[in-house]
Ligand binder design. Structure first.
Ligand code: CTP
Length: 407
């Protein structure tokens, strides 16, 4: 398997600290992107002296982050937590002596060091500095400590250094960093022993005849991101998916269904899960009778009789264990809060995630979403507009704080 296929779709946080070798990390970001990876760049304040956010933001196609509390703060200060969960691998290259010592002691004074502390993914550290700094017992001790904690540390190769001296302390070549990253990812196995989560996603499709059906505009993205996020948090995830073209998130068990009735059956078979998240847009109606042959047109109008499908979430709410967590979604375009609260209490669930597709930044398909969570305990948690991946992590963070910690 080459690095390309292994890195395709992988998510990297690349932390760059303030040393002359930072210029090589520009190439590192470019190479990761060329391999099909997503890259979030974090620059320490000093790294700005060597490389620009403009260059790195352009190459990564993501806003480069530096401060934990940026000047244009918009209520999303938990980004470091999200990024720590989002990434498959965090690379710190170059890691200066200063940043190394912060990584070891847990200092948290920039987005880079904060994400390093929150990261649940493996970490690859590539030190680069002057030879004597590199060989200093403090630095060597720090590198040893990181290794003992499971961080992969690449040795700094020998060569001509920025000081004009020759010795150890150079940043490994970006191509070697990429290869090491691919190896780490190949050997990092998903966790699979945590609590069980069942997530439903996507639309359902209700046949009218052998060629026609009723469905809705759900893409399934929100549910798939929830499944991906839960898996990253250490849950054992089963995803029940209606018809969608989305790829199964890594480490997630997937069961494909077509109709609301099929989804109902699969969910009921798995209703003992510790957490059930009904993100699917389940059809409320199916054809009263599915025609065996294609329905032929007549001269006049056609009236179809539709029949209610089982309300899966309501049934779960009736049968629920008290220690189980049930999360439902509400899609409302009018009297949104009232509708959400009706569903919260009417269906006896712990959380309703309110989604208004007519609001800016919310809606179907890939991209962003803007939701508000309503809790059984009366809490209301509006979340800012974020990517659906970030919304998924935030939903789990709000709705499952205790279980998240256990996992
Ligand atoms: N749901 C379900 N079974 C159904 C329909 C919906 O489990 N047959 C779940 C959805 O997955 C979602 C929540 O219930 O979590 C949505 O509730 P619903 O009452 O269907 O709300 P809307 O789809 O918004 O429809 P309406 O407002 O018309 O009630």
């Amino acid at each position: 398997m080459n690095a390309k296929s292994r890195l395709n779709g992988k998510r990297f946080v690349v932390g760059i600290s303030g040393g002359i070798a930072a210029y090589k990390s520009v190439e590192l970001v470019r190479m990761l992107r060329r391999e099909g990876a997503e890259v979030q760049v974090l620059l320490t304040p000093d790294a700005h002296r060597f490389v620009t956010p403009l260059t790195l933001g352009t190459l990564s196609e993501r806003e480069v982050l530096t401060e934990i509390f940026p000047a244009n703060e918009n209520g999303s200060w938990t980004k470091h937590v999200h990024l720590g969960l989002w990434a498959d691998l965090m690379i710190v290259a170059p890691a200066t002596a200063n940043t190394l010592s912060k990584l070891v002691s847990g200092v948290c004074d920039s987005m880079l060091t904060a994400v390093a502390l929150s990261a649940r993914c493996p970490m690859l550290v590539c030190p680069a500095m002057d030879h004597d700094m590199y060989e200093h017992p403090s630095t060597q001790d720090n590198l040893e400590t990181l290794r003992s904690r499971g961080t992969t540390v690449m040795d700094a190769p020998e060569g001509l250094l920025a000081s004009g001296l020759t010795g150890k302390g150079r940043l490994p070549e970006p191509v070697d960093i990429v290869s090491t990253a691919a190896v780490i990812l190949a050997y990092s196995t998903p966790r699979s022993s945590g609590p069980q989560v069942l997530v439903t996603a996507g639309p359902t499709r209700e046949s009218l005849d052998p060629v026609r059906y009723i469905t809705n505009r759900s893409s399934g993205t929100m549910g798939f991101e929830l499944a991906r996020a839960a898996q990253r948090l250490g849950y054992q995830v089963t995803l029940v998916a209606g018809p969608t073209a989305l790829e199964t998130p890594e480490g997630v068990a997937r069961v494909d269904v077509e109709t609301a009735r099929e989804m109902h059956r699969v969910v009921m078979d798995n209703r003992n899960a510790d957490v059930i998240i009904m993100a699917a847009a389940v059809a409320d109606y199916e054809a009263g009778e599915v025609a065996g042959d294609k329905i032929k047109k007549g001269d006049g109008d056609l009236t179809l009789t539709l029949r209610r499908t089982p309300d899966i979430l309501r049934e779960l709410g009736t049968l629920r264990r008290e220690d189980q967590v049930l999360i439902g979604f509400a899609l409302e375009t009018r009297d949104a809060e009232k509708g959400a609260l009706n569903k919260l209490h009417g269906k006896n669930v712990d959380w309703i995630v309110l989604n208004n597709p007519t609001e800016a930044g919310a809606g179907f398909g890939p991209g962003t979403n803007k939701v508000t969570l309503f809790g059984r305990d009366g809490s209301v948690e509006p979340l800012p507009t974020m990517s659906k991946a970030d919304v998924a992590l935030a939903i789990l963070g709000v709705a499952l704080p205790d279980i998240s910690r256990e996992a």
